[in-house]
Design a protein around this ligand. Sequence first.
Ligand code: ZN
Length: 852
Amino acid sequence: SRIDQIKADLARLADPRGLSDQQANVLLARTPAVAWLAYSIHGDELSGADAALAAGWHYASCTDPKVQALLDEVIIIIDPVMNPDGRDRYLAQLREMRSSVPTTDDQSRLHGGRWPYGRTNHYLFDMNRDWIFGICPETRGRIQAASAWHPMLFVDAHEMGPQDTYLFSPSREPINGNYPKFLHKWLDIFAGDQSAAFDRRGWRYYTGEWADDWYPGYSNAWASFRGAIGILYEQAGVDWYGVKRPEGRILTYRESVHHQLLSTLVNVETLHAHRDEIKQGWFETRRACVAPDGPYANRTFAIVPNANVTRLEAFANMMRLQGFEMFELTEPFSVPATDRLGRRYDALSLPAGTVLVPNAQPNAHLLAAMLEFDPRMSDAFLEKERRELIRRGDTELYDITGWSLPMLLDLDAYELHTPLPEAVTRPFTGPVRPRGGVDHRNPGQGWVIDGTDDQTPAVAMRLMRAGVRVRFADEPFTWGTRSYARGSLVVAREDQQRDDDSWIDALDRITRDAGLLAEPIETGLGAGVIADIGGEHFDLLTTPRIAVLTESPVNSYDFGSIWHTLDERFKLPASYIPAERLSWTDLRRYNVLIAPEGAGDLLEEAGPSLARWIESGGTLIAIGSSARAIARDEGLSSVRLLRDVLDELDDYEIAVLREFASHADSLDAEQLWSYRVGNSSPAFPWDGVDFDRESVEQLERRDAWQRQFMPPGTIVAARVDDEHWLTAGCGDELPILFGSSAVLMAMDSVEVPLRFGVLEDDAESTEPRRIGWCTIPAGRDLRLRMSGLLWPEAAHRIANGAAVTREPVGSGQIILFADPPTFRAASLGTMRVFMNAVIYGPGLGASQPIMP
Ligand SMILES: [Zn+2]
């Protein structure tokens, strides 16, 4: 049929490799232009979806010859309600809230709904941020469908504040450097036609102002990076009864739908009028993407796999969803490269099996925008941004500034400054997951499961819930010929106290389902002094009984990402407790309580009962603003905020210097065994440190100034305490998305498994020097920024601050995350630390009574 032919032609054009000019011209001439019209991805932005129905009716029923001609030459695909769950939820709220006397006051509840709001989908995701991750099934289905049609126009209709007017593309800076250049001209032409149509009716509108094209995960941005003319609509939101405006008139719902509909009809007409040129431009852009001398020819992304198969699988699935090609090295290879901390290598050795993603692919723009380590903003934009920050404390940044997937997924990744080395590669079809399960029925000691894979914590919890006792290795070990990572699980026969072998069946089933191998322990004798099975390095875990605070005032995105992580990604049971009921909830049923962002005031209110629960063995995990609230309150935790301890900085500085000393000191044995005290002069961690600080008033003034420059979401590096149970499964450094104005400070009584800044050697710095509030030793420097905008003022505040803290309180503990570890349910690197906290916490950081 014609439709299959058109799809096949589009697919052929979309991958210009091996297509001659003549073939391309034939295909372009016979292929219609494609318009993809998508509405109301935020379910409480109603007008778009209703305009979609009107547009559908118009194109299906209109007999005007002009429209008929358009339909012959343009394919129109309508995605009328991108978020049916959110729309249903919002409409149900509006029905509940209806009064018999209507109000046009947009502050009345009928005009905004309530928690969890209709903006988000079932798991409370903002799907208009999910296009680069594909965490939600709605997104995945949509990416597959839209990819198959290769739209050249992509309309994305939203609503904004009710007192606003109407906004459409083009947007303003910052614009991502990978944004296809040929789109700029077309966005101006489309905006010209759209504004002329609004002018004729006297409707007010604007372009740019607050909408940017920096983050590639919005609907229209995603489409633009694939070469479509991606156009954003933002209509003032009216909802049900209309809204009274300052000029005295009432903006009706009918008008709001009309604006969206007219915009759609005009945009499709513009596409029709310029279809040949637009198709040509779309094709040329893709051809440049794969050209041997094209802008992306000399770049390849490399991922060196480790034993974390689940993590690599997640990455590979993200790449395949977008249609990106992957390869793997068949033999070791050396190339010039840059690592995630911006360090350049003239010849980096990559092992066989390294996964390679060449940038030169038909969707090179999107690929680069998703993977590149260090996208840069224009100087002009940065100057303006800084001026605004200083003058008014305003930022022009609309979302996070760093999202590089290899960083959010914490992959051992490199940017190679070379094309794909084809001679030593083959297509990557993996990763190959082990068959999983128990591989030997009757070993003397039991079984061991390596702890690197992200499924390990969830497997531990499932085993415990099935009645199998599990131990956690707090350091790496070698038994027989095999080495195992810190965080490996041991299921020892002696622990089980069973008459039958049903626990072995459970072990087999659970590890098989997760694709993890339970290997027989032939001997529990570690090589040399390395841990033996009966020693103190295999801690018995305790079954987590998890409660998560939810509903107002908890941040719905943060809660949603935690809910999705536990429930959907790892299929683990938890209780979801309305936060307002915290004070009279019987917490004894749980041994883990998670406070997502936003629960701070309620934690304070529940202070005494919460404190009792922690002291008797509870693990409290508080995130973002909830962690900051705990650090502000003097009651529960001894972690503090930087701004509150400017008069005690010496003590915090010494705590960090002690950490540096613990892994920097070299020992002079000759001097140690000397009989004469006078022969030695012990060094102090703070030698060379100048404790003469500015006055507290001056420090406060400086801190207030620097606070203005804190990032809205930038990836920074944390150094990892590789002996702490919270960091099992992590490498030496962990990228963390930092997006707040506060810095957590911890003294010696508090463990800091993750601290901001990675130390490196620096021969040029011959003296200790203070970065922000903390001195670093001579011969060292600190790397912090990984991806996104970080002003130096902010870098100096954040450096050496705590990213995660853990402190004992009675028989229990408090774990604080400075920033949400499950961001958009996509930050798999920090998500691992979160899962370690939730599942290992009750056994490792808290103690439970032995019941008589
Ligand atoms: Zn919206």
